[in-house]
Design a binder for this molecule. Sequence first.
Ligand code: ADP
Length: 348
Amino acid sequence: MLAFSPAAQRMFGFKARDIIGENISLLMPSPHAKNHDGYLDKYLTTGKKNIIGIGREVTARKKNGTLFPVELSVGTLTRRGERLFTGFLRDLTTHRISENQIADLQNELIQLARHSAMGELATTLAHELNQPLTAIANYTLATRKLVADMQSDEQAKTALDFLDKSAGQAQRAGEIIRSIRTFVKHHENKFRWENLEDAVCEAVKIASIGTGNCPIDVQINKQAPVPDICMDRIQIQQVVINLVRNAVDAVRTQEGAHAINIKISRHGTRSVIVRVLDNGPGITLEVEKRLFEPFNTSKPDGVGVGLAISKTIITSHNGDIRGRNRKKRGAEFYFILPIDSKAEEISS
Ligand code: ADP
């Protein structure tokens, strides 16, 4: 090194007098420190630019050994026949910290929204569970009576049938509770290769708790099967639940036959699309103007965060979410997800 600016001295904790004359690799962590001279030789012989004139984020090392992120750009010049390099560095530590804080906050917010959605579902859940639990009690009581005065094979068969039914109902109650618990459980962002159709169907099941006779139909395009998607399953399910619950709220404001359709299909070669269509009154003009903005609601007891959170989730998947009114009647909300936007993060 021939020169070391005062700002560089503050950044690295080295005095210029200690460092001038040393090899630049002193400021890099291994393995770059070890390989640095090789990189330079390679550039000088091949002229192939890896970093020079391009700039990129790298890790630097302070005098005390601490590693920190920097944006580095390198320029080159010739002075009296000698080739010189100048490095410009920007310390990205605070930038990174705030980036992480924003990501944490976002995750907290998404978590919070999940809890509040579940709060609403909890009341309907109690009602929904009541039915299978009463059925279990009834079947068990009847079986006890049957077994008590068992006389024929026929009665034994009926007893077994009741016991099967009772076990089936208990299983159903268990499944409802389990799916809710998995959904609400605190979880870190987890991108994995997932079967989108399964995830959507499971979410629709949760969303349809307590919707009674409102038919919700999921259509999967068998001709063009949807491949596995690199996604955070719980968060994508959260989006589906928001959209389906909104569709249910919308159709319920009207008399007549209710219809909610969910369609999953490929979208071009590298993405998939999930559409939620309803035959409700459609999106009002007032709400449409700020559709995905927080606290935008037309419902007397609405909070107006469902769509905003859904947008945050889909954006973090590098996807797109939109809503519009259908030609004849009702609204359509859809989101598009790239198949492998986070694949690199998973494999790294
Ligand atoms: P909330 O459900 O608490 O109002 P959302 O962010 O989920 O919050 O929705 C915002 C608003 O968007 C709703 O209040 C409603 O006016 C409108 N909206 C969402 N989905 C539909 C739909 N399927 N049909 C008509 N309007 C809808």
